[in-house]
Design a protein. Structure first.
Length: 232
């Protein structure tokens, strides 16, 4: 793989670079937000490792601009020193595909990069996201399944994009609640109502279920070969 590492800690960057290069990967480096954005936007990388806190502007801003302004769909793994729901959701909502909390094992970092590289084959060349026959284009905010346009409101659209960027990963209820409302979650199980509405649109009219509920934990958007059901 050709990897771009955007990390302002020179010692950590050197250690990661040495490890990946010893495992037959090519690593390019950037040490702040502006240079990282320029490199990621102009280079042909398989994956990008992006620190959450950077000089110039932070990793979330870099990732969001990479997706929105440049249309780059290269998988991004974000490094974060804080393992909080808010910190993770901010990075993932900005367009990151995965996150890893510092300190981390180099072997896990490489394994996650390889997984991201494999998952990238599920993205359409146009920059849209795809899971099985479900497609969503963040640039046009249009969703389609089996060629049919899907009606989404702003909340279900945000949830769908977030879940599609995290394909196969279990996304917790807290992450989705923070995505929609930040720290001011409304009373009642409003999230369940949104998930019910999303399932009605993306699953109910089709024979195969893609949105899976893990009771007491969260949700997973994945092609597991299940037939559609009525679970929320």
């Amino acid at each position: 793989m050709r990897v771009l590492l955007v990390e302002d800690n020179a010692d950590l960057a050197a250690n990661v670079g040495d490890y990946l290069e010893a495992h037959q990967h090519t690593v390019d480096f950037a040490y702040d937000g502006p240079s990282g954005l320029a490199a990621a936007a102009n280079g042909a990388f398989d994956v990008v490792i992006l620190d959450r806190l950077l000089p110039g502007f932070d990793g979330a801003t870099l990732c969001r601009r990479l997706r929105d302004e440049h249309g780059v769909t290269t998988p991004v793994l974000m490094l974060t020193a804080l393992d909080t729901v808010a910190n993770r959701v901010d990075g993932l909502a900005a367009g990151a595909d995965d996150y890893l909390v510092k300190p981390f094992a180099m072997a896990e970092l490489e394994a996650r990069l390889k997984a991201l590289n494999r998952r990238a084959s599920g993205r359409i060349a146009s920059g849209a996201l795809r899971v099985a026959d479900l497609e969503y284009d963040p640039r046009t905010c249009e969703a389609r399944r089996a060629g049919q346009t899907l009606p989404l409101n702003p909340s279900t659209r945000r949830i769908l994009e977030f879940l599609m960027r995290q394909t196969d990963r279990i996304v917790t209820r807290k992450e989705l609640e923070y995505l929609l409302w930040g720290d001011e979650v409304p009373d009642g199980d409003v999230l369940r109502a949104h998930m019910h509405a999303l399932r009605n649109v993306i699953d109910r009219p089709f024979p195969r279920k893609l949105l899976h509920t893990l009771r007491g934990t969260g949700y997973r958007l994945a092609d597991l070969g299940d037939t559609a059901d009525d679970g929320d």
